[in-house]
Ligand binder design. Structure first.
Ligand code: ZN
Length: 117
């Protein structure tokens, strides 16, 4: 009962991305196939057991075929993550990914073809 609520909260939890990893913190990505109940249960149990120690939890699964979280927490906690449910290391998204540059429509056109009288 209580665990169900806690799991639901975990699936809805999307903390803001920290500017930089906390000192001494490690990051990991949890990603499991929803069809594999054993692995899903393992992932949920690990998250329930350690959510309080994690400094950042971002639900990343789509919910229909994979579930998962990008997590950040003390290295010692991250190291206990079972290999079947995730991998320690940098997040696939976030600060490492370059943001696409916004092209301002019309802007460059006006500089290239200035109006002349
Ligand atoms: Zn899906």
């Amino acid at each position: 009962m209580d665990d169900d609520d806690a799991v639901r909260a975990l699936y809805l939890r999307v903390d803001p991305i920290p500017d930089a990893p906390a000192p001494g913190a490690g990051r990991a990505c949890i990603c499991v196939d929803v069809g594999d109940e054993t692995i899903v249960a393992l992932a949920e149990q690990w998250m329930l057991a350690h959510a309080d120690e994690l400094t950042c939890v971002r639900s990343s699964g789509c919910g229909c075929c994979v579930i998962g979280w990008d997590i950040e927490g003390p290295q010692a906690v991250i190291e206990t993550l079972p290999a079947q449910v995730g991998t320690a290391g940098a997040w696939p998204s976030g600060e490492a990914a370059p943001k696409p540059r916004r092209f301002r429509v019309g802007g460059s056109l006006w500089t290239r073809f200035p109006r002349r009288r």
